[in-house]
Each structure stands twice: as structure tokens, then as C-alpha cells.
Write a protein that binds this ligand. Structure first.
Ligand code: SAH
Length: 387
């Protein structure tokens, strides 16, 4: 028997035929003009589509009752409302969920939903790039080359997929499970700021996904010149992956420090618009045994943060196969936290979540990169035989 594999047969992916889901209002308007709608009407159509897609979660043009039947049919001829394909979905025993999203053939990235334990919030950790250029030595994504930036639509699609999975359409604000977005997945968001800013516009749109800008946090390893710009363009909350309080150590473990050292970084942080006690910067600090976890470093951290409205997030290091570090002992982490707490900073120790599904911080890495071409082919053959 001869099996023919049609690798192009992907009805639901965002690129073919073009899905409108996740496009920003200006992008939708431009698309409607390309489609042949006159500019004045295109704006109205864009807003109608935005409400159906991003507030209601609609995946079928026929539900769009305020659009004429003819127009619905024409739109459905050219476009879809589909999401990118879900290559893999895993649910952890602690409720954490991970999606491996296939944005295009061979282009895969992860998003992770983390339900809160005590508060009524839940965060989706989204990726901004596939792969990363930064090479932080403790980060698994850092072992992977940059594949490409994600588009604004692809970033928003990660949130739509999570909402689909959680059954949270329409996007009502009452009691929802997905309340916050953190750009702490794969990639460096400030190396993709245009798309990240456009995605945040769409996510925070009150007539659409309705996730307030104060509930969206962007984490950076320290692309200093882009930090104030991030605040001006997005109004999002800022998080900094600090991890070391001295330039020599930070040069080694967060190599972007060689380009923008601690002094440059802190000048940029202080210039972040709107910082005050209710809008603080989150500093992430991964606890690496014998590397950055001494009490002297805890005291230096407090000194370094003087005058910056700050929260400190101590992250137990999550080991990954072949990683060159160990996580600090629990007693060391607690002693470190105590120094920071005594100085008046909230410093929650982040509980590792989703370890059983390899979804913890810094473990995000596209499985597709690890699979060999032969493996992928075998899987495709098996799938075709089953179909
Ligand atoms: N590039 C951005 C966005 C990634 S955020 C940034 O660096 O901020 C991912 C967070 O997880 C960062 O704080 C990163 O330093 C942290 N992290 C990476 N690998 C980790 C690991 N193995 N264990 C714990 N935290 C890790």
C-alpha cells in the first residue's frame, strides 16, 4: 500500500487560509480593506469581528448575526476563525496545563496555565519567540537557537487556546480562571516589542479579551534601552530577571549583562513610567546552589533595590536534563527570603508547578526541536495509517 502524506492539509492553522482570530483591530481593519470593504465601513466591520472573536470566542462566521448572510459567506470563503494547531496538551496533577502550539510547520512554542493556590487568579505564561538569543546558562530555552519572533496574532492565539480549553467564553470578568498574563514563556519579549505591544493592545481591549494592562506582566532579562519604551507603549507591569547582584556573576549567568550592566539596567528601570507602591517592579531571582544564594548577596540585593518600588520573586531552580546547576537548599532559600523580607520587601518563594509535565519555569522548550526528522516522519506515517 502506498501512503501519501499531505503535509499541507492543516485546516485550522492560522496561516492557511488566513485566520482572523487574534488580529488587532487595526490589522483587522486593514484586512477588511484588502478584502474590498471601503475604509469607513472596514473600521466598523473590524470592531464587529473583534467582538465576536475576542469577546465571544466565536469560531464560526454563521454565528455573527450582525453581519449580513452574504458577507458572512464571503468571509468564510476567504478566512477562518481557527487557532493554530495544538501539537500537545498536558495537564499536571497540580492543575497546571501546558500547550505546545504549532504556529506553522516546524514552528512550535509553549504556553502554560498556572492556577493560583490561594487567590482567585490564574496566569497564562505566554511565549514571545520560538527559541531565544540570550543563552542564560540556567535556562533550558537558552539552549535552543532563536527560530523566529512570534507575531502579535500568534501571541494572542495562545491566550485564545487557553480560553478555549478553560471554557471561558464570552470573556466575562466575573470569577474567571484566567485573569493574568505573564510574558515569561520562551523568548525575550523586548527583542520583539512591536508584536508584544500589539498583542497587549488586543489582550487588554475591554470590548475583546478584556485582560487589564495591570494584569499583564512583561519579563525581560534586561534589554535596558527598551524598558522605558515598554512602559510607555503598553502600560504593562514590568518584571526583571535579575538573578545576580554583581556584574561579574551576572555577566556569566545572564550574558546580556555584558551589553547592559547593572547600572545601565537600573537607570532604565527607574525610568519606567508610573512606578509607585501599587505598581511595583517584580525582580525574579533564581536560586542556584552555591552560585548566587549567599546571605551577603541577599543583603546586596536589598541595597541594589533601594528606592525602586519592588517585589522579589525567589524561584527555586528547576533542573533540566544536562543542566549545570542545582537548586539551593530549602533552608538557604528561606534564610535568603528572610533577609529580603526584613528589609520590607514581599519576597514570595515561587512554588514549582507542573514539574510532572515539564512545564516549570525555564523548562519550556519545543519538543519538536528534540525529535529527529526520522521520528517525525514515523509519527506522520502512523497518523496517516490510522486516518
Ligand atoms: N527572556 C525573558 C522572558 C523569560 S521569563 C526573561 O528573561 O525575563 C522566564 C523566567 O524563568 C526568567 O526569569 C528566567 O530567568 C527564569 N528561568 C529560566 N530558567 C529557569 C530554571 N531552570 N529554573 C527557574 N527559573 C528559570
Amino acid at each position: 500500500m502506498k501512503i501519501e502524506l499531505d503535509m499541507n492539509r492543516r485546516p485550522d492553522v492560522a496561516h492557511a487560509p488566513t485566520s482572523l482570530a487574534g488580529l488587532s483591530v487595526p490589522a483587522l481593519k486593514a484586512e477588511m480593506e484588502t478584502f474590498g470593504i471601503e475604509p469607513k465601513k472596514a473600521s466598523m466591520r473590524a470592531k464587529q469581528l473583534r467582538r465576536w472573536m475576542h469577546h465571544m470566542g466565536t469560531q464560526d462566521f454563521s454565528e455573527m448575526t450582525d453581519l449580513g448572510k452574504g458577507l458572512r459567506a464571503e468571509l468564510a470563503d476567504k478566512y477562518t476563525l481557527g487557532r493554530p494547531e495544538i501539537a500537545e496538551h498536558k495537564v499536571s496533577i497540580d492543575g497546571t496545563q501546558k500547550w505546545l502550539v504549532r504556529f506553522a510547520p516546524g514552528i512550535e512554542g509553549e504556553s502554560v496555565y498556572i492556577p493560583a493556590v490561594s487567590t482567585k487568579t490564574g496566569a497564562l505564561c505566554v511565549s514571545s519567540q520560538v527559541g531565544c538569543t540570550l543563552n542564560c546558562t540556567f535556562c533550558h530555552t537558552g539552549t535552543q537557537k532563536l527560530v523566529r519572533n512570534l507575531t502579535a496574532q500568534e501571541i494572542v492565539a495562545q491566550v485564545m487556546i487557553a480560553r478555549d480549553g478553560l471554557g471561558e467564553w464570552p470573556a466575562s470578568e466575573e470569577g474567571r480562571l484566567l485573569t493574568n498574563i505573564v510574558f515569561m514563556g520562551m523568548g525575550e519579549p523586548l527583542y520583539n516589542l512591536d508584536n508584544v505591544a500589539e498583542a497587549i493592545d488586543t489582550l487588554s481591549d475591554g470590548e475583546g479579551m478584556a485582560i487589564g494592562r495591570r494584569r499583564i506582566t512583561v519579563s525581560t532579562a534586561g534589554v535596558a534601552p527598551k524598558i522605558p519604551e515598554l512602559g510607555e507603549r503598553t502600560g504593562a507591569m514590568l518584571a526583571i530577571s535579575l538573578h545576580a547582584v554583581r556584574d561579574d556573576l551576572r555577566d556569566e549567568i545572564v550574558p546580556i549583562n555584558r551589553k547592559y550592566d547593572l547600572q545601565t539596567l537600573f537607570e532604565a528601570i527607574r525610568a519606567y513610567p508610573g512606578l509607585n507602591n501599587s505598581k511595583r517592579v517584580t525582580f525574579e531571582y533564581v536560586m542556584l546552589k552555591g552560585v548566587n544564594d549567599s546571605l551577603a548577596e541577599a543583603h546586596d540585593l536589598v541595597k541594589l533595590l533601594r528606592g525602586v518600588p519592588a517585589k522579589i520573586n525567589l524561584i527555586p531552580f528547576n533542573p533540566w536534563p544536562g543542566s549545570p546547576y542545582e537548586c539551593s537548599d530549602w533552608s538557604t532559600i528561606e534564610a535568603f527570603a528572610e533577609v529580603v523580607n526584613r528589609a520590607g520587601y514581599a519576597s514570595p518563594i515561587r512554588t514549582p508547578r507542573g514539574r510532572d509535565i515539564f512545564a516549570a519555569c525555564g523548562q519550556l522548550r519545543s519538543e519538536s526541536v528534540k525529535k529527529s526528522a526520522a521520528e517525525t516522519r514515523r509519527e506522520a506515517l502512523a497518523a496517516a495509517e490510522q486516518a
